[in-house]
Design a protein around this ligand. Structure first.
Ligand SMILES: *Cc1c(COP(=O)(O)O)cnc(C)c1O
Length: 306
């Protein structure tokens, strides 16, 4: 992994290698943590901008609220801390990872008065599923693991504990020779991937899963908005795996994966077997938007200078 010099840790910037916690940290044992994944891009004019930084910080606090983790920072303070971390590391473009977690104290499940700690790390990160994936699309399988029931774990929280489900599905998919897994919900409908939301396109209509068993992706909401503004019909509706098999196009969205086409599901080629025209159109608009070339969405960008 590519490191940077400093990590923001409970309000102070500390050298990367000194950002450490005790091995009896509650979150390490029980998954009691909430996190974010955010990206900063160098814009066409050479300036840097974080994409929807305020919305990500708001979601971090909402995730913490769901899990009753008391984060001692406001949205504004988290926004400022993310920018400060980018600046001290002179990072013009890359990935931002804030995480708030229950720290060292009582070892029981009940977190009691254990301290809640917050760190923000940043590092350079290219295309998560590979540059070729963005261009040609990826091969995916339906996981044998179902996405959690909405009353088992809180799917609207971006919580570390929830990721055990994602890790199981990801290992299975990778070791079976696929790039990514699509999980079904407990009722058998398509839910989402291990860290991405899913969209399909059929007869010109775009569909994505409703905000039930999924994490409400900020990339997902951005793409819905971009697509509707471009005149496409977007439906948030349940669909089945065989509807994906016969879709004309399919793609994933996520901060890490950006907008990645799906070219195959369970050995059925989707559409023409490469990124379709709607996918390409939305991908182009998405990258233009995050890179500040789409003035209509200037409000989504938080500019900074390194
Ligand atoms: C983070 C995440 C996503 C994508 O959300 P973005 O806000 O677009 O990055 C989708 N699904 C899960 C499970 C996630 O954790």
């Amino acid at each position: 992994m590519q490191t940077t010099q400093f990590i923001w840790f409970d309000g102070k910037t500390v050298p990367w290698e000194h950002a450490q916690v005790h091995v009896l940290t509650h979150a390490l044992h029980y998954g009691s943590a909430v996190f974010e994944g955010i990206r900063a891009y160098v814009c066409a004019d050479g300036a840097s901008a974080v994409f929807r930084l305020e919305d990500h910080c708001k979601r971090l606090l909402n995730s913490a609220k769901i899990l009753r983790i008391k984060v001692p920072y406001s949205e504004d303070a988290l926004v400022a801390a993310c920018v400060e971390t980018l600046k001290v590391n002179k990072l013009a473009e890359g990935y931002i990872r804030p995480i708030s977690f229950v720290g060292y104290g009582e070892m029981g499940v009940y977190p009691g008065s254990n301290p809640v700690r917050t760190i923000i790390a940043v590092w350079p990160w290219g295309a998560y599923l590979g540059a070729e994936a963005l261009e040609k699309g990826i091969r995916v399988k339906i996981s044998s693991f179902a996405r959690m029931h909405v009353n088992t774990l809180m799917t609207k929280a971006k919580a570390s504990g929830n990721y055990i489900n994602s890790i199981l599905a990801k290992i299975e998919a990778k070791e079976d020779g696929y790039d990514e897994a699509v999980m079904l919900d407990v009722n058998g409908f398509v839910s989402e991937a291990t860290g991405e939301n899913i969209f399909i396109v059929r007869d010109g209509i775009i569909k994505t899963t409703p905000w039930t068993s999924i994490l409400g992706g900020i990339t997902r909401s951005s793409v819905i908005r971009l697509a509707r503004d471009l005149g496409y019909t977007v439906e948030e509706q349940q669909f089945t795996r065989d509807e994906v098999y016969i879709a004309d196009e399919a793609f994933f969205t996520g901060t890490a994966a950006e907008l990645t086409p799906i070219r195959e599901l369970d050995r059925r080629t989707i559409g023409a077997g490469h990124a379709g025209s709607v996918t390409k159109h939305l991908q182009k608009e998405f990258f233009r938007t995050v890179k500040g070339e789409n003035p209509k969405y200037a409000g989504w960008l938080h500019h900074y200078t390194v």
